[in-house]
Design a protein around this ligand. Structure first.
Ligand code: ADP
Length: 405
């Protein structure tokens, strides 16, 4: 077995997957959450259906990581004898800014640099650094660790795509620019798509629609991200579960004044109370929006319409900047499962040469499948994403690369 542990740390959670990279199967997965506010562990073994949950005490990420080691190595859910059986650990990191344009080995300096970017991603980067320090403390000495960045794939965007119309000095001084997120997913699915189409990714212009709780759309030209809908933070772009997506900046200052919000309150309003939730008044989950719309709820119907409209608008914009498109792909919880969203987005796109097989589209859920008609000029595909697997693959690739040095 060639075991890689993938860790996705948040401020109060430490999600993990243990993969056997010989066959890329998931050996175990779970979450140590409620860090700092109690503690709870869930540990699952897909092969046997083993499912364990318990309350714990996690004052910090270190105790959470110690619990993760305990559930992997002891008791009924034991899958390994000791952590020394693990070849490597791969960490998902949200913000790598302009410092990290690819995955790299973890060193003390790298952890400090990730922590140093916390101002750009306060909810994510500091917890990532805490988890990295906790893992380094608890893992057997010498266990290689790799960091894989959500932003790295988008570092190929040209300045005309990543700069805002703000004074240039603030880009230089405060690093205010579009970074883009979901990069690991966009890279993974665009490569999967090229393989499925039997084409070299260098020859393809793809619009990658990652639609989940958080959603982003990326223009991938020749395997490189050339533009993406998320921006300085994952708030920009299309409407999401609770995030507003792009709004006129003047509306932000206007609403702040009307509600008497400070910057933090306004950020909460845009990140947690907007999007599907704020528009529909129903909830943040696309399934609830679809069900309410079906039942005749007008605001839910409007929310669905806005989502579909905004996705369409990005496809049009990205077709323009790439001088055409060869394929559109849908991924993420909504993209992989909601035939309704895919159908509505692809309707009336004959100008672009997009035509889907509506009956086939209805049958596709969470599997790799072409849903365009044979005569469609642009291929349309559903491509399941798997960020953990790509992080594990990147982890081994970085270690192999490093070994050559
Ligand atoms: P995250 O961004 O948290 O990773 P996911 O990619 O899991 O989120 O996507 C969650 C979204 O996918 C939710 O809005 C959910 O309603 C939607 N979704 C999941 N399954 C379906 C389905 N069968 N039909 C429609 N929407 C679905």
């Amino acid at each position: 077995m060639n075991l890689v542990l993938v860790v996705n740390a948040g401020s109060s959670s430490l999600k993990y997957q243990l993969l056997d990279m010989d066959d890329e199967s998931v050996i175990a997965k779970g979450n140590c959450d409620r860090i700092g506010i109690g503690g709870h562990v869930s540990h699952k073994i897909p092969a046997t259906g083993y499912d364990y949950e318990a309350d714990c005490d996690f004052p910090t990420h270190t105790e959470a990581f110690e619990k993760l080691v305990e559930v992997l190595t002891t008791g009924d859910g034991k899958v390994i004898d000791s952590m020394s059986e693990i070849s490597a650990v791969g960490h998902r990191i949200v913000q790598g800014a302009e410092i990290f344009d690819k995955a790299c080995m973890v060193t003390d300096e790298v952890i400090d640099q990730i922590d140093g970017l916390s101002e750009l991603a306060p909810v994510h980067n500091h917890p990532h650094a805490l988890a990295l320090r906790a893992c380094t403390k608890v893992l057997p000495k010498g266990t290689p660790q790799v960091v894989v960045f959500d932003t790295a794939f988008h570092q190929t965007m040209p300045p005309k795509a990543y700069l805002f119309g703000l004074p240039y000095e603030d880009y230089k001084e405060y690093h205010v620019r579009r970074y883009g997120f979901h990069g690991t997913s966009h890279r993974f699915v665009s490569h999967s798509l090229a393989d499925a189409m039997g084409k070299d990714i260098k020859d393809l212009k793809i619009v990658s629609c990652h639609l989940g709780n958080g959603s982003s759309i990326t223009a991938v030209n020749g395997g490189k991200s050339v533009d993406t809908s998320m921006g300085f933070t994952p708030l920009d772009g299309i409407i999401m579960g609770t995030r507003c997506g792009a709004v006129d900046p003047s509306a932000v200052t206007f609403v702040m004044a009307k509600h008497g919000f400070d910057a933090h309150q306004m950020s909460e309003y845009m990140n947690k109370k907007s999007g599907f939730l704020g528009l529909s008044g129903v909830g943040s989950d696309n399934r609830d929006i679809c069900a309410a719309a079906e039942a005749g709820n007008e605001r839910a119907k409007l929310t669905s319409d806005i989502l579909q409209y905004q996705i369409k608008r990005y496809i049009g914009a990205y077709a323009a900047i790439m001088n055409g498109i060869d394929a559109v792909l849908f991924t993420g919880g909504i993209g992989e499962n909601s035939w309704e969203v895919r159908e509505a987005v692809c309707a009336d796109m004959s100008y672009f040469g997009i035509e889907i097989d509506r009956e086939l589209n209805k049958t596709v859920k969470g599997k790799l499948m072409k849903i365009s008609t044979p005569s469609s000029k642009v291929e349309v595909w559903v491509v399941p994403t798997n960020e953990e697997l790509l992080i594990a693959r990147d982890t081994l690739a970085v270690i192999a690369e490093n070994a050559k040095k």
